[in-house]
Write a protein that binds this ligand. Structure first.
Ligand code: WTA
Length: 575
């Protein structure tokens, strides 16, 4: 039997946080979840309607949906407010562009209420939204807007300086959020236009397989790729918000992730709002005091963050923690990198809670392997697959291997929030699959005899630094643009705080002298061209880098040098 959202609180006891996991895992079908949505009866879909308007039309109309706090702005919005403001945003976007269903709009700004209004407004138009980290510099912005042929952009006056407008022929209009924006044929003053716009809007009803979000993410080769998610993903966001986040409608939920990352959309927007919970969005910079204080001031009950943040809080010590009352917390979760057993123990000792690890990726669109509230946690394990997901460990031919054998973590195709396309690159999309059946994640792992999965590492060269996924190729390409650099190889170097840091090995052009000054200059060059988190923290100069005969930098050898490990088979290396 499906769970009806409106009477969920009374229906779901015992079902809500998977106390019956063993029974569910064998019998669950995602069709059960679909009956929770209004479109199940009407056949009309729009995820923004399900997340916001549906509640605004119910007894939750005046319930707080969003607490926003970035230090300078502290604002509260009800579901009805969000409905009205997203309608206004949709009207503003529609009035000034030719945006239609399936067109791309990007949002490039720090977290602010306007980010959420415009994201929801664009989705109400059937437009595909690409959210970008505010840390991106010109090169990173250009790559994403040009690859997706974006027609419109929402940004701020500061960040607009990093948009190479003249190089983006498809970009019709830029909506600038700020005070007294000078308008011209490209620039629209978003804030001003919002004041006059109507707060009613005819939602574009779409097919559940129509595009909704385009998240660019890094692989080990090539430039960042656009991972397309569709409206149908909300089925999984909603169901896992219950099973894994354990969200109930009286919860104050805080997901610390930026919407530039898939966690910040799937669980920073859709999971909580589809569940009718109150979402806290905190902007500004990280500090242990700010974070603990946010939990205290807003009475956060469920908190979703990442290992790097937990490690920094752990490092700040109990003297900081003791100054705050965190007694409202009920459930804490982690995502993005391996959660060290040490951090789980810190959570139990200092916060009084087990931190629940969750494993998934941009491409999976939603939770895949998790530690549920009701489950016994094995510190260091990612947990078990969500009911409706079949995960396994396979060899390179796609054959399943027995427990305790390390191999490729793979998921059997066909879950609701699975990516539907790599933007403009069907070959790349197809390259993810083995035997048509397995989506191969690029992570290596093993399963134990009780069905728990244990993360071992990335199979490719993708770097995870402080939870950010950085493709070495993108950094290497940027390094090669520096006039003094002739060769560059980039690896992730293990780091106790950040998981990994980016280390670059660089060969300089003939006649150029190596120096600390030059290393700093090269670091800034990447910072300015891509983003601060993509810049190598360590640079080592070499006369020559190890390459294959076809000229490909052998990162595996660089890594072995760095870790003082054997270099392995060097038969493909040039002389
Ligand atoms: C890593 C979006 C260990 C993993 C959520 C994966 C993790 C990559 C975990 C995806 C975890 C994510 N334990 N590793 N719980 N969660 N990862 O797309 O390597 O930015 O393939 O994450 O992060 O990165 P993405």
């Amino acid at each position: 039997m499906g769970i009806k959202i409106t009477d969920r609180l009374t229906v779901v006891s015992g079902d809500h946080n998977l106390t019956n996991y063993d029974e569910k895992v064998g019998s669950f079908d995602w069709k059960e979840t679909e009956t929770a949505f209004s479109w199940h009866a009407s056949g009309k879909v729009n995820a923004a309607y399900e997340a916001i308007d549906r509640h605004a039309e119910s007894f939750r109309k005046n319930k707080a949906a969003l607490f926003f706090d970035d230090g300078s702005r502290k604002e509260v919005y009800t579901f009805n407010d969000l409905k009205r403001f997203s309608n206004k945003a949709a009207n503003v976007l529609k009035k000034h562009t030719t945006l239609e269903k399936g067109d791309r709009l990007f949002i490039f700004m720090p977290r602010s209420p306007e980010l959420y209004f415009s994201l929801l407004g664009a989705i109400k138009m059937g437009v595909i939204v690409g959210p970008l980290f505010e840390a991106f510099m010109e090169g990173a912005v250009y790559d994403r807007l040009s690859d997706s042929e974006a027609k419109a952009l929402v940004t701020t006056p500061d960040l607009l300086k990093r948009v190479p407008v003249e190089k983006l022929p498809h970009l019709e209009k830029i909506f600038v959020v700020g005070e007294q924006i000078e308008e011209n044929d490209k620039i629209v003053d978003f804030t001003n236009q919002m004041k006059e716009a109507s707060s009613t809007f005819d939602i574009e009803w779409v097919d559940r397989e129509d595009g909704m979000l385009l998240h660019y993410t890094s692989g080990s080769t090539g430039s960042p790729k656009g991972v397309l998610h569709v409206h149908n993903a909300m089925i999984q966001h909603y169901q896992t918000a219950q099973w894994v986040l354990d969200l109930q409608e009286q919860d104050i939920f805080w997901c610390t992730a930026d919407p530039g990352w898939v966690t910040g959309t799937a669980y920073g927007i859709f999971g909580p709002w589809l569940s009718g919970a109150t979402n806290l969005i905190v902007g500004g910079r990280f500090s242990p005091e700010n974070w603990y204080s946010a939990i205290e001031r807003y009475g956060v009950t469920v908190w979703y963050s990442a290992p790097t943040a937990f490690r920094m809080l752990m490092g700040a010590g109990s003297s900081v923690l003791e100054q705050f009352d965190l007694s409202t917390l009920r459930h804490i979760l982690s995502v993005g990198e391996p959660l060290n057993p040490e951090v789980v123990r810190w959570g139990m000792d200092e916060l009084g809670h087990r931190i629940h690890d969750t494993w998934w990726m941009t491409e999976t669109g939603g939770h895949i392997i998790c530690n549920y509230p009701s489950m016994e946690i094995k510190p260091g394990s990612m947990g078990k697959p969500v009911p409706g997901i079949y995960a396994s460990i396979v060899d390179d031919e796609g054959n399943e291997v027995p427990p305790y054998t390390m191999g490729n973590l793979a998921i059997r195709r066909g879950w609701p929030s699975m990516m539907r396309e790599i933007w403009g690159n069907p070959e790349r999309f197809n390259s993810y699959f083995l035997k048509e059946e397995w989506y191969v994640t690029g992570d290596s792992a093993y399963m134990d005899n009780e069905g728990y999965f244990w993360f071992q590492g990335r199979i490719d060269d993708v770097i995870m630094t402080a939870g950010e996924r950085v493709g070495p190729f993108e950094v290497e390409s940027k390094l090669l643009e520096h006039p003094d650099v002739i060769e560059a190889g980039v690896i992730g170097k293990p780091d106790p705080m950040r998981g990994e840091i980016i280390k670059a090995f660089i060969a300089l052009r003939e006649g150029v002298e190596e120096s600390d000054q030059l290393a700093e200059d090269i670091r800034n060059f990447v910072k300015k061209g891509l983003a601060a988190h993509s810049a190598p923290r360590e640079i080592e100069f070499k006369d020559k880098l190890p390459k294959t005969r076809s000229g490909k930098i052998m990162r595996r050898v660089l890594k072995a040098w760095e870790l003082k490990l054997p270099t392995g088979d060097l038969s493909t290396m040039e002389d």
